[in-house]
Write a protein that binds this ligand. Structure first.
Ligand SMILES: CC(C)(COP(=O)(O)OP(=O)(O)OC[C@H]1O[C@@H](n2cnc3c(N)ncnc32)[C@H](O)[C@@H]1OP(=O)(O)O)[C@@H](O)C(=O)NCCC(=O)NCCS
Length: 423
């Protein structure tokens, strides 16, 4: 049985942050009803690669959900919303600030209507504080949560990461909060409001940078390859430094293309074996006993030279060849994998992390799989719904509406966009 079988979610989320969360919950077996604006989640049409088909932006974030369109700007639509609310365990949204209030549904009202329902809300900055009224997208959250100021090199501009820590990262945080609140609601009969601000989520993911921020009040950061000093204030951007107690860096390999790099962690325990292997090739046969690298403290001090030597050794190998040399020495390392490497990787396929699906509008396509593996209830990934595909089904099955009621509501415009007014 699926872990969340029997949990029904009224999913008003859109774009990426919310849908990431509800897709994970759907993969764990929840019945996720994607409650859409009749115009559809904007991502259905964004970055379209196949004419008239739902974009990959949408399909990759909305699998295993049912789609119902409801016009919340009509009285009939609001009535359907209220009835669905009473049949669901979780409601979730990531609208801009104030949107649900403008519909007339504050958390207090929702809680009144269904005291057991858990409500999940993602906002750029939460519902309190000076930034509460602002909208946010991924890179705004990365900028404001500390990720950008700590990513890149000191004399270059701040960089965003490719990993969507602001959107998808916040979705993960919300999923954890919802499951905790759901468990409490099951015990107490009382739901609660679960809020995750994207800025807070990014700060959480930058936790170790705030460790370093405080260490700077006591001294420099010896593991950083870039200069640091006591009371410098801001944690500097440190390129590809490891960020942990061990030294690490990306090493350029043959044939020296964009992704021909191997990330290597020179873990304390492996230095001797590594030094013995590379020393002769870089003309320092006694590297393993060289006092400049004898202790981790010395290696930190002389890390520029250490990386030069490892890079010199790497010149003759591809990233895979270098990995094959280092793995038997127990050196933690990993090739920089391009999207193409990953889409064709045996390990990735074997773990169902690159999954082929079919879709009525776009044909065959691929999704990244479910990263959380439950032994007793593995995820079965199904395609995303087309817009409003399940409107009738949900009205009949969840709300028990008959054909004439559905017809009358349709006639009244409960499920469609109001006709545009003539100019
Ligand atoms: C992402 C974001 C910036 C997009 O902004 P936006 O496109 O202006 O969308 P909003 O959420 O502010 O507004 C949605 C609009 O659709 C309307 N709408 C949504 N569902 C509807 C429905 N079922 N029926 C009728 N109208 C609907 C809302 O009423 C609102 O219009 P209004 O401003 O006239 O009230 C904003 O939603 C946001 O800041 N969200 C919180 C942070 C977040 O999740 N960001 C990351 C997204 S990946």
């Amino acid at each position: 049985m699926e872990a969340l079988k029997g949990v029904r979610i009224l999913d008003m989320t859109h774009v990426q942050a919310g849908p990431t969360c509800s897709q994970l919950l759907a993969w764990m077996g929840a019945d996720v009803i994607k409650f859409e604006n009749p115009a559809g989640d904007a991502t259905r049409g964004q970055l379209r690669d196949v004419p008239k088909a739902d974009s990959l932006y949408f399909t990759m974030l909305n699998c295993n959900k049912r789609s119902i369109t409801v016009n919340m700007k009509s009285a009939e639509g609001k009535q359907v919303f209220v009835e669905l609310l009473k049949k669901c365990d979780i409601i979730m949204e990531n609208f801009g600030p104030g949107v649900l209030d403008r519909f007339g549904f504050s958390w207090e009202k929702i809680h009144d209507l269904n005291p057991k329902i858990v409500m999940g809300s993602i906002k750029g900055f939460g519902s309190s504080g000076p930034y509460a009224d602002f909208k946010a997208y991924e890179n705004v959250a990365q900028a404001m949560g500390g990720a950008m100021s700590t990513t890149g090199v000191p004399d270059g501009p701040p960089f965003v990461t490719g990993a969507q820590i602001g959107d998808s990262g916040t979705g993960l945080h919300l999923a954890i909060g919802l499951l905790a609140a759901l468990r409490q609601a099951e015990k107490t009969g009382q739901g609660q409001y679960v809020e995750v601000a994207m800025m807070d989520g990014v700060m959480n993911l930058c936790r170790v940078k705030f460790r370093d921020h405080q260490r700077l009040t006591r001294g420099d950061l010896p593991e950083y390859s870039v200069p640091t000093y006591k009371d410098m204030g801001e944690v500097p951007r440190a390129g590809n430094d490891s960020g942990g107690g061990q030294l690490g860096n990306a090493i350029h390999c043959k044939p020296h293309g964009a992704n021909d790099w191997l990330y290597i962690v020179v873990q304390e325990a492996v230095w001797e074996a590594l030094a013995k292997r590379i020393g002769p090739d870089v003309h320092i046969p006694d590297l393993a006993t060289d006092p400049r690298f004898a202790t981790i403290g010395e290696r930190r001090k002389n890390q520029a030279l250490m990386w030069t030597l490892i890079n010199k050794f790497a010149e003759q190998y591809t990233k895979r060849e270098l990995m094959a040399i280092l793995n038997p020495l127990d050196v933690p390392c990993g090739p920089i994998m391009s999207t193409d490497d990953l889409a064709n990787d045996e390990h990735v396929r074997g773990r169902d992390m690159w999954v082929e699906l079919d879709h009525p509008q776009r044909g065959k396509w691929w999704n990244v799989g479910m990263p959380i593996k439950l032994s007793g209830s593995p995820a079965v990934i199904k395609r995303s719904p087309t817009l409003g595909e399940h409107t009738d089904e949900v009205l009949r099955e969840v709300l028990g509406y008959d054909e004439s009621k559905v017809g009358a509501l349709k006639q009244a415009g409960a499920f469609s966009s109001p006709p545009k007014k003539a100019a």
